[in-house]
Design a protein around this ligand. Structure first.
Ligand SMILES: *[C@@H]1O[C@H](CO)[C@@H](O)[C@H](O)[C@H]1NC(C)=O
Length: 247
């Protein structure tokens, strides 16, 4: 086997173009081959460190830019949560449970569901303010929000973007839905570090996670949807859509 650098010496000029090749592993799937696309999705999620050859950033930990969860005044849970310097830990344990779409027509609906057995934690800095089921909440500090046994589903349609080398897919009508078995909240330093109030509030949040989630779920879906949409869009800016598949 020739090493890559030796091949570069041989073909010289070609290697001056830093264009990465489509990865050999996993092999491109046939259009719409759900089983194959499931395996490929697992492969890339389990790699943790991401893959430059398809513009995929590290997935575990995943380092999102700011996550903003805002739930309006018309809800019994009326809060703003800003999460910064976050890392999302656990995504590499995900198993792809369902794949639809990804046929030749990129404008149809595509959908992928993954299940993360065990914890998926968002760890970092938080600022929170508002009201949770009549109780005021306020604070900033370190937080750990953990979704246990969560199923995450994304669906979207594609819109074609014509470039010199082919037709690229840009994501439209993007939705993400998070369905956890339960949620564990841990906000350190609530109420300016008043330990008794803070402990009580954390206990209250965890005992009432379900009611709170019923109110917050749409805002959570939107916030994490923005993160996922950026990542998937970026993957599809690497090559024309057809290059991800075999005929
Ligand atoms: C976050 O919380 C979960 C659930 O309690 C726990 O399993 C995990 O170890 C915590 N992570 C950190 C970094 O504290």
């Amino acid at each position: 086997m020739l090493t890559l650098s030796f091949k570069c010496l041989l073909i010289g000029l070609l290697c001056l173009y830093p264009k990465a090749e489509f990865p050999n592993e996993p092999k491109p799937c046939k259009y719409g081959d759900s089983e194959c696309i499931k395996e490929a999705t697992n492969y890339f999620l389990h790699k943790k460190e991401g893959d430059n050859s398809i513009n995929l950033p590290p997935v575990d930990p995943l380092l999102p830019t700011k996550i903003q969860i805002s739930q309006g005044a018309d809800s019994p849970v009326n809060i703003d949560i800003a999460l910064t310097n976050s890392k999302i830990v656990g995504l590499s344990k995900a198993l792809t449970t369902k794949v639809k779409g990804f046929g030749k027509d990129l404008t149809q609906k595509h959908s992928v569901s993954v299940k993360v057995p065990g914890p998926l934690s968002i760890i970092g800095d938080y600022v929170i303010s508002g009201k949770v089921l009549i109780l005021p909440i306020q604070g900033e500090g370190k937080s750990n929000i953990t979704f246990v046994d969560v199923t995450i589903t994304v669906d979207f349609t594609g819109t074609p973007v014509e470039k010199d080398d082919g037709t690229y897919m840009k994501l439209e009508n993007f939705h993400l839905h998070v369905e956890p078995k339960f949620i564990i909240y841990k906000f350190d330093n609530l109420f300016n570090g008043d330990k008794a109030l803070g402990d009580n509030m954390n206990k209250f949040l965890n005992e009432n996670w379900k009611e709170i989630n019923n109110e917050l779920r749409d805002s959570i879906d939107v916030a994490f949807g923005a993160v996922a949409k950026d990542i998937i869009n970026h993957v599809y800016t690497k090559y024309p859509y057809a290059k991800y598949f075999n005929e």
